[in-house]
Design a protein. Structure first.
Length: 192
């Protein structure tokens, strides 16, 4: 019985996060109250309070859940040989993780002040630094460092900039990934 109850709680947790993100996107984080989140979920404020005490708690839990695949990727990357193949695989996996976290990234872009206030921005920056370390050569020339940074930025910018553009989402994701891999791979070409 324990696991069924846990699964049900997990689903409620997820529903609260999804509805909160929806409301944050519609009317802004600052203007959204716990009461409105409860109303949209059709639960009492007390029921919502059982899971989350504040809307900050909801946001932090969303960030932790959607960041987990990125943390797992960084941990995996650190155990792999520092080859171009590994780095390409890191970008493949990062692309998939980003696709899953798109609503959160949209929120972060639209609510930068809140993100800074809640120190979510800091931990995000740390993750980007860790990823960069994994795809970049330690003694890389400045141009190659810029290429690796650009590979990550291409993924972020591409994920958002292209989300409103017409076309198949998976096709767009593949194109962004390909350009990112090109940039990172260029940084690893040994030029005479």
């Amino acid at each position: 019985m324990g696991s069924t109850q846990h699964a049900r709680r997990g689903n409620t947790h997820q529903r609260i996060q999804d509805v909160a993100l929806e409301l944050f996107a519609e009317q802004g984080y600052e203007k959204t109250s716990l009461r409105e989140i409860a109303e949209r979920l059709d639960v009492t404020k007390a029921a919502l309070y059982y899971h989350f005490k504040t809307k900050e708690d909801i946001l932090i839990s969303i960030f932790q859940d959607l960041s987990r695949p990125i943390d797992d990727l960084i941990a995996w990357g650190r155990t792999q040989p520092h080859t171009l193949e590994t780095k390409q695989e890191i970008l493949h996996r990062y692309s998939a993780a980003l696709a899953g976290a798109a609503p959160l990234f949209r929120f972060m872009q639209e609510n930068q002040a809140t993100v800074r206030e809640l120190s979510i921005g800091g931990s995000f920056k740390d993750r980007m630094h860790d990823l960069l370390e994994l795809i970049q050569e330690p003694e890389a020339a400045m141009k190659d460092q810029v290429r690796c940074v650009s590979a990550l930025f291409t993924m972020h910018a591409g994920t958002f900039a292209l989300s409103d553009m017409a076309g198949d989402p998976e096709e767009k994701r593949q194109a962004i990934l390909e350009v990112s891999i090109d940039l990172m791979s260029q940084a690893h070409q040994v030029t005479p």
